[in-house]
Write a protein that binds this ligand. Structure first.
Ligand code: NAD
Length: 520
């Protein structure tokens, strides 16, 4: 194992501490940010609370105009932002572009849809016709957003835009490994005329994240590992703060005998290696019908050979970047070594590559793996695909469901009905036929997982609902009656009237209804 320097993080509670950002694939220093001292957090929360009220009261039209300017600023800063993702993560620009595209489309989508999604919903109640009831979406107040480093544009923009458009103030703590991208995004938002205090950026490690939760925000949106998610959920539960968790996974693909193997080989290699496998939705496990397992493995190895060039994303022709953190590289390498020592068969890769600051890992395919191996139980978060031949598709479904997490899955077959039936039985937030990752780039649909992959939903209309609570208003439709039906006095007449109503109105056949209406 090459020991490359970790992105340096200096933190010991001093106000002059900084986080230095370096390029993973070259070690080049990119910049530094000041760590927010813990002593400043109470005033940051106070500022957010004060600013939020005016932000909400300014109305949706005002907020949408700020979002329009933010969209414009982001678009103008496209090259700089994409360039920084490439530098800070070592990713190829094309991958940074796709993330940018989804993020800007999400803003555009909310600008198009928020008015309708957030409009009051009116209800007519038969027993209460002289009252109007309507449900509105009320912002929680101050939203704390804690984000990871692996998709530093999309996963930052998504909670920000949903929280802001619905009228919340946001305190954002990005990952300590993507501070420079965060600074650029924050600059575009500040430049959109967002009022002081409505959006605040806080830098630091998990210590700062935990201290922010202790400031009692009104809602927490957390994206990160399952282990940290548990801590966040526990801290939020202690304080009864609603929380949305987007956590880790160990997602799978299921390939049937009738699949288009060329398409499957291309799609699965891409689904496993996109962002060097540092994606919550990466394909890490592949269950494939035994009859087509070897041909598929050979085709996938050929796709890697032909299309995957590993290196620093800034270099032309590189299609897979280095791993962003040294710690992650070590986890990936350890899982692969352990699997090989326990009898797994290496098809390709399986090693740290020379150069690239010691951070590049070869695209890896393994087979002859067993469920006991750590590689098959824990998130790898690297460019590694484990292939398991199966004799029945149901075996694949059972193995996928057995793991206790579920974000995405894909089924590959030419038989649409069979594929959809299998997808119905796989316990995940997102299931795709003959494709993977696709729903993550569609901001119109909700995003999120089940079981250990988290709860709550971002994006789509559900993402707006997630940042708000339902508040119900009720008011007289006409001049108020002197007294309401359900108030005192409780008379036999009112009792019998309501009894008759229940029998007539809730009868489930016309025969019963007529009997109730004309009977005693
Ligand atoms: P991480 O859990 O290490 O850190 C995520 C964020 O939490 C960072 O900002 C970190 O500083 C902060 N944090 C750490 N400890 C904290 C604490 N005790 N209290 C509050 N905040 C704390 O995750 P990571 O390494 O940045 O990201 C990779 C993980 O995120 C992977 O497991 C991946 O699967 C997951 N992820 C999930 C999704 C999804 O949509 N489900 C998307 C991207 C990444």
């Amino acid at each position: 194992m090459t020991s490359a320097p970790q992105t340096p993080v200096y933190l010991n509670g001093q106000s002059n501490e900084v986080i230095v950002s370096t390029s993973p694939a070259s070690g080049r220093k990119l910049g530094e940010v000041r760590v927010t001292p813990l002593s400043e957090l109470p005033s940051i929360m106070q500022r957010a609370r004060e600013a939020q009220k005016a932000w909400f009261e300014a109305g949706l039209a005002f907020r949408l105009e700020v979002l329009r300017r933010w969209q414009e600023n982001l678009r103008r800063d496209f090259d700089r932002i994409v360039g920084m993702v490439v530098a800070e993560q070592g990713r190829p620009p094309f991958e940074a572009l796709t993330e940018f595209l989804t993020a800007i489309e999400l803003i555009a989508y909310y600008r198009r849809s928020a008015r309708r999604a957030l409009a009051p919903k009116r209800h007519f109640i038969l027993l209460d016709p002289h009252h109007q009831h309507w449900t509105v979406r009320q912002p929680y107040g101050v939203v704390l957003s804690i984000t990871p480093w692996n998709f530093p544009i999309l996963l930052s923009v998504a909670p920000l835009v949903a929280a802001l458009v619905t009228g919340n103030a946001v305190i954002w703590k990005p990952s300590e490994y993507s501070t420079q991208v965060a600074e650029l995004l924050a600059r575009t938002l500040r430049g959109s005329g967002i009022p002081e205090g409505v959006f605040q950026l806080v830098h630091g490690t998990g210590e700062v994240g935990a201290a922010l939760i202790a400031q009692q925000p009104d809602k927490i949106c957390f994206t990160g590992s399952t282990a940290t998610g548990r801590k966040v959920a526990a801290a939020a539960g202690e304080r009864l703060i609603p929380v949305t968790l987007e956590l880790g996974a160990k997602d799978a693909a299921l390939v049937l005998e009738d699949a288009d193997l060329d398409r499957a080989a291309h799609g699965i290699v891409w689904g496993a290696l996109f962002n060097a496998g540092q994606a919550c939705l990466s394909i890490e496990r592949l269950y494939v019908m035994r009859a087509v397992a070897e041909p598929l493995i050979q085709k996938m190895a050929a796709v890697i050979e032909k299309f995957v060039t590993v290196g620093d994303g800034v270099a032309p022709r590189v299609t897979m970047g280095a791993l962003t953190t040294q710690a992650q590289l070590e986890i990936v390498d350890r899982q692969v070594r352990e699997a090989l020592a326990s009898g797994a068969r290496l098809i390709c890769g399986g090693k740290v590559l020379e150069g690239h600051n010691g951070r590049a890992y070869a695209p890896t395919i393994l087979t002859d793996v067993t469920p006991e191996m750590r590689l098959m139980r824990e998130e790898t978060f690297g460019p590694v695909l484990a292939v398991v031949p199966i004799d029945r598709p149901e075996e694949g479904v059972e193995a996928i469901n057995a793991l206790g997490c579920g974000l995405t899955c894909s089924v590959w077959t030419r038989n649409r009905a069979r594929g959809l039936a299998l997808m119905e039985r796989i316990e995940v937030g997102h299931a795709s036929l003959n494709d993977h990752i696709i729903t993550a780039s569609v901001p119109q649909v909700p995003w999120g997982g089940v079981k250990n992959s988290g709860y709550g939903r971002s994006r789509g209309v559900e993402g707006l609902y997630d940042m708000t609570y339902a508040k119900v208003y009720s008011a007289e439709r006409f001049a108020p009656l002197p007294r309401e039906l359900f108030w005192y006095p409780y008379t036999p007449f009112k009792y019998n009237l309501l009894r008759r109503f229940i029998n007539v109105y809730y009868a489930t056949t016309w025969r019963e209804r007529l009997a109730a209406l004309f009977g005693r």
